[in-house]
Design a protein around this ligand. Structure first.
Ligand SMILES: Nc1ncnc2c1ncn2[C@@H]1O[C@H](COP(=O)(O)OP(=O)(O)OP(=O)(O)O)[C@@H](O)[C@H]1O
Ligand SMILES: [Mg+2]
Length: 262
């Protein structure tokens, strides 16, 4: 299963959701890979801590390799880095990735990520792709490479309107490039049950027939702590309320997958 976590809006929880679902997947016995496609490298920092600043190669080198002829190109697996967490690996990103975008785009490298993931199919049971906050070459590559799309949503009225164009963009990529791509659901993040506005916004999404997933993820300072310590929630505090929400969300996605394959 290949999932992309995507929303053009910044700061809605893409990296947090990618890394925490991936960490739970690994903890539950699946060989799991996180692909960081964001030059900010937040997922790489989250999973590797200080080690993320000393990497010998990153996804930038992977993409760079597609631009120049190589006699002995590195395999995709050679760019994958083990994390301190069992069964969890990452294909990390770094700042240099940003500069490559124009070249990759003008030379039609949009299918390279998909090919790379095909190459890794026997090595990983689950792949989670974190994306930058834009609909650009990297997010399009990810939407072409994935079969499921999770959309984090921050309960904001403006973001609600943006959801329709986001889903229309996903529909277009499905029609033009990737018939297997499905919107798996909208992940409600930083939900405050006692505030009336977020309740109303989420109810409106449901009434409009959008696939809102449950449970909703609470706002919690544990998440900041988890980023600071470079430790996903399942390792930092496995019994915390917000950790259990992530586990329940993961189980729901997993159960839906099993139902589909039965
Ligand atoms: N449920 C939550 N409770 C509290 N803080 C949260 C929660 N989810 C995310 N955050 C915080 O919000 C900030 C943005 O989260 P995150 O980096 O996951 O978003 P993003 O969508 O990946 O951002 P970007 O678009 O910049 O890549 C981070 O500081 C994170 O710690
Ligand atoms: Mg991010």
């Amino acid at each position: 299963m290949r999932r992309v976590v995507f929303n053009q809006k910044g700061g809605v929880g893409k990296s947090t959701i990618t890394c925490n679902l991936a960490a739970i997947s690994a903890q539950e016995g699946k060989r799991t890979l996180v692909i960081d496609l964001d030059p900010q490298g937040n997922s790489s920092q989250y999973l590797l801590g200080a080690q993320a600043d000393e990497l010998e190669a990153t996804i930038t080198d992977f993409f760079e390799q597609t631009l120049t002829f190589q006699l002995n190109p590195r395999t995709t697996a050679e760019f994958v880095v083990a994390t301190p967490f069992k069964r969890l690996a990452v294909l990390p990103a770094d700042r240099r990735l940003e500069e490559l975008q124009g070249k990759l785009e003008s030379r039609y490298k949009i299918y390279k990520l998909r090919e790379a993931l095909d190459e890794l199919a026997d090595d990983f049971d689950q792949i989670f792709i974190d994306t930058p906050p834009a609909l650009n070459f990297f997010t399009r590559s990810a939407l072409i490479a994935a079969d499921r799309c999770l959309i984090p949503f921050d309960c904001d009225q403006f973001s609600r309107h943006a959801l329709y164009s986001l889903i229309a963009n996903v529909d277009e990529i499905r029609a033009d490039h990737n018939h297997d791509l499905q919107v798996e659901g909208i992940v409600v993040n930083q939900f405050q049950p006692r505030a009336t506005l977020p309740q109303k916004v989420v109810q409106e999404l449901i009434a409009e027939g959008l696939p809102v997933l449950e449970p909703y993820l609470s706002a919690s300072v544990k998440i900041k702590e988890s980023h600071e310590q470079a430790k996903p929630l399942i390792h930092l505090d496995p019994h915390h309320k917000v950790t259990l929400e992530f586990v329940a969300l993961y189980d729901k996605l997993d159960a839906a997958k099993k139902k589909r394959t039965r």
